[in-house]
Ligand binder design. Structure first.
Ligand code: SF4
Length: 362
């Protein structure tokens, strides 16, 4: 059986993928790959629903890590001013605005290496989580760097829905991007999060000078986890002046295979949809600046979540009004909170092979 057939006929997400199988899927002619990804998408999700999330930076800049693409690293001069952890009321106000505009998940990011010795920070963040849950009924996600098992449990106890910790790129390419923490340390945080009963949100940044082999490799890492990430963010790098990555990329010749082309991004999305069918695929940083038809193709390939709002951490973000107008044009509805969080769900066998057609009013 071909890898594509295995993906399409399974009745639940599989985590036994080999790199060879993933490559076989990734190398499928794009027209066919998109068609199969769309059928897979309809088997596990309502294709007319896209989750709207907003992401707020709650502690900006001054990070001790050396991620070569990041404006918030203290190692690079990007002109960004480091700030302290914001107050709970300020966050509540932003979350309220996000909810009023249709966002159902509120994500908060702090530019920290880890949570070691951050007792008062943790206390304030757990208060944010619990108030957003109770007062606004929104899903919550935080990204605070590395967390140990106890910290993950503390966040879970506060009512956190998901914890974001991206693997960024392949294990092989990773040392070219970050040297201050290892790929395995990233995986340990994801394990801690999942062991605490939190959903893991973990994805990649495309356009870090990686090759297609790197795409296959990071997809392999994520799709062979005991439990797939509930959310797979797909970021497209916007090079930030002052970061080493911006300099590195500027030196690549135009026809370099290490330069990201849009068709490769689509292949990543379609392949992810086929091998991690229950996960949400989240168009993240870099959507700003994508043409509308490119976004449309990403949704057709299986993306079903976006970041929307005033800003995305320190970078520009498509605004709510723009996104709502785009959704209305295409008949897309914002996903309600707490939908389909169980990414291990099974598809009833009678439905496993037939495509699901969903009416615009459902
Ligand atoms: S850990 Fe996060 S905030 Fe810190 S440098 Fe890396 S990407 Fe930036």
């Amino acid at each position: 059986m071909s890898a594509l057939e295995i993906a399409r006929t399974a009745n639940a997400p599989l985590n036994s993928w080999t790199k060879e199988q993933i490559k076989e899927i990734y190398d499928t002619p794009l027209m066919e790959l998109m068609h199969q990804a769309q059928l897979q998408h309809r088997k596990y999700h309502n294709p007319l629903e896209v989750q709207m999330c907003s992401l707020l930076s709650i502690k900006t800049g001054g990070c001790a890590e050396d991620c070569k693409y990041c404006a918030q690293s203290s190692k690079y001069d990007t002109g960004l001013k480091a700030e302290k952890l914001v107050q709970v009321d300020e966050v509540m106000e932003k979350a309220r605005i996000a909810k009023e505009n249709g966002s159902t998940r509120f994500c908060m990011g702090a530019a920290w290496r880890d949570m070691k010795g951050r007792k008062s920070g943790m206390k304030r963040i757990t208060e944010m989580i619990s108030r957003i849950n109770k007062e606004l009924g929104m899903e919550t996600c935080v990204t605070l760097g590395m967390v140990d098992a106890d910290q993950a449990k503390e966040l879970k106890a506060a009512g956190l829905t998901a914890y974001n910790h991206n693997i960024d790129t392949s294990r092989e390419h990773y040392p070219n991007v970050i040297t201050t923490r290892t790929f395995d340390e990233r995986l340990t945080t994801i394990k801690n999060v999942q062991a605490a009963g939190l959903q893991a949100c973990s994805g990649a940044i495309l356009g870090l000078g990686e090759t297609t082999e790197d795409h296959i490799s990071f997809l392999h890492t994520l799709s062979t986890m005991e439990r797939h990430p509930e959310s797979f963010p797909v970021n497209r790098l916007i090079p930030i002046p002052g970061t080493p990555m911006a300099d590195d990329l500027a030196k690549l010749p135009e026809n370099s295979p290490r330069k990201l082309q849009f068709d490769k991004m689509l292949k990543v999305i379609c392949t992810a949809r086929l091998i991690m069918p229950g996960s949400k695929i989240r168009l993240s940083a870099g959507r700003y600046g994508m043409k509308e038809h490119e976004q449309f193709l990403c949704f057709m390939g299986g993306a079903n979540a976006i970041f929307t709002g005033e800003k995305m951490l320190t970078t520009m973000c498509n605004g709510w009004d723009e996104d709502k107008a785009m959704f209305a044009k295409w008949g897309i509805k914002p996903m309600a909170s707490f939908r389909r969080l169980d990414n291990t769900m099974k598809v009833p066998s009678s439905e496993a092979t037939k495509p699901v057609y969903v009416s615009a009013s459902s």
